[in-house]
Design a protein around this ligand. Structure first.
Ligand SMILES: C[S@@+](CC[C@H](N)C(=O)[O-])C[C@H]1O[C@@H](n2cnc3c(N)ncnc32)[C@H](O)[C@@H]1O
Length: 386
């Protein structure tokens, strides 16, 4: 049984070496957009240990956090996409990786005409703790005995609160490329909670990582070579998506899944997937008499609030869900039915989101609705019935 510390040490040692010289075994070939690579120095490009390309899902002006940024390639691509109105922060725990990334940041900034990338030292399962601030403090007050050890713990806690490495609700998109698998099992839950914490409401995670098709056995997990090689720390495909769900994300979907495994070890397939997970379902639910109709093609769907909706039927939803479903990735699957008389948000009553409720058309129109009309010629294309 290897200890968490020794797993982390083997990861740090392997990537410290990988920062100095390219390590072929650590890389799963990825096709990046060559346009963005032109301004990135060769030493960054060649020391690429990713398994996907989350940068393809970013937009101009966004604040992006890259977990386990390595020599900085994804950050430097992201910097070009988000542009001068956006910002990119890379976090890594390995000094040698940070050194290469920081040395190349001004070179890229000069070539793209803006310095919108910075690299910070931290562990991605503890994004509040700034390891460089802690380093500095510990140099002045080294740990020499039990008392100073306990004081260092208190100090770390104070730094997390007063000077967080990444503040809560501060990031539009968290990306990561082949890193989450490297976090020790006992910290994985905290890792997903941290991703959730730092995202703004309405933000999203776009994560490329290695997943397994079967549970990885204990003896493989205890192999430091397989662990640090992005193999045996992998969650199962199913477990990976569930971890986002447990942390409070919704709208989780697989954006890309390699049909071919990257590696197969003892019959277990390890492949790259890219997933997206959204933050923003928190808060009160209000009743504004809105309804949605699931268009199909499936007979029914179950959403992240456990609403089971049958194709073609009208369901009551709260204002928040209604507005979320009007946006991607849901929009194309629903029809939206507004009430005839609008209920202003300020006057809306609370809505019980814990149950699935049908919406009778009389609720949409009003109980006293008794209108008779002539045929509406708008139903003919272009408004002409000739
Ligand atoms: C497989 S490499 C991927 C690097 C980069 N994302 C890329 O696409 O080339 C893993 C990186 O994550 C960093 N890393 C691993 N575990 C970490 C942790 N718990 N906290 C912070 N960084 C970590 C390593 O130092 C290394 O730079």
């Amino acid at each position: 049984m290897i200890e968490a510390q020794s797993r982390e040490r083997s990861v740090r040692q392997r990537y410290a070496a990988g920062a100095k010289e390219r390590a072929d075994k650590l890389c799963c070939p990825v096709d990046y957009d060559s346009e963005y690579l032109k301004v990135i120095p060769p030493e960054v490009i060649e020391r690429d240990y990713g398994c996907g390309d989350p940068s393809g899902y970013l937009r101009e002006g966004e604040t992006v956090l890259d977990l386990g940024s390595g020599t900085g390639k994804v950050c430097f691509i992201a910097a070009q996409i988000v542009g001068p109105k956006g910002k990119v922060i890379g976090v890594d725990m390995t000094d040698e990786m940070l050194e290469v990334a920081r040395r190349n940041a001004p070179v890229v900034a000069g070539r793209i005409g803006c310095a919108n990338v910075e690299f910070r030292k931290g562990r991605i399962q503890d994004l509040a703790l700034d390891l460089e601030l802690l380093d500095r403090e510990l140099k002045q007050n080294p740990i020499a005995d039990a008392g100073s050890f306990l004081a260092a713990h208190d100090l770390a806690e104070e730094l997390r609160v007063k000077h967080p490495l990444i503040a809560g609700d501060s990031v539009d998109v968290v990306v990561s490329n082949c890193v989450l698998n490297l976090v020790e099992p006992k910290s994985k839950r905290q890792l997903f909670d941290e991703i959730f914490r730092v995202l703004k409401k309405g933000g999203r995670a776009v994560i490329c990582d290695i997943v397994s098709d079967e549970e990885v056995p204990e003896e493989m997990r205890n192999d430091p070579e397989l662990w640090s090689g992005c193999i045996s720390g992998a969650l199962t495909e199913e477990g990976f998506l569930q971890a986002f769900e447990q942390a409070g994300f919704y709208g989780i979907q697989i954006l890309k899944r390699d049909s071919q495994p990257w590696r197969t070890v003892q019959g277990i397939e390890f492949r790259s997937v890219t997933i997206e997970a959204l933050k923003g379902k928190q808060g009160a639910c209000f009743e504004r008499n809105q309804a949605v109709i699931y268009r199909g093609p499936f007979k029914e769907v179950l959403d992240d609030d456990n609403h089971r909706m049958e194709r073609g039927r009208r369901y009551a939803v709260c204002d928040k869900t209604y507005n979320l479903y009007k946006k991607a990735p849901y929009r194309e699957f629903f029809e939206f039915v507004d009430p005839i008389v609008d209920v202003p948000l300020a006057e809306a009553k609370l809505f019980d989101c814990s149950r699935t409720a049908r919406r009778h058309p009389k609720e949409t129109k009003g109980q006293d609705y008794d209108v008779t009309t002539e045929a509406n010629n708008k139903c003919c294309d272009g408004g002409s019935c000739d």
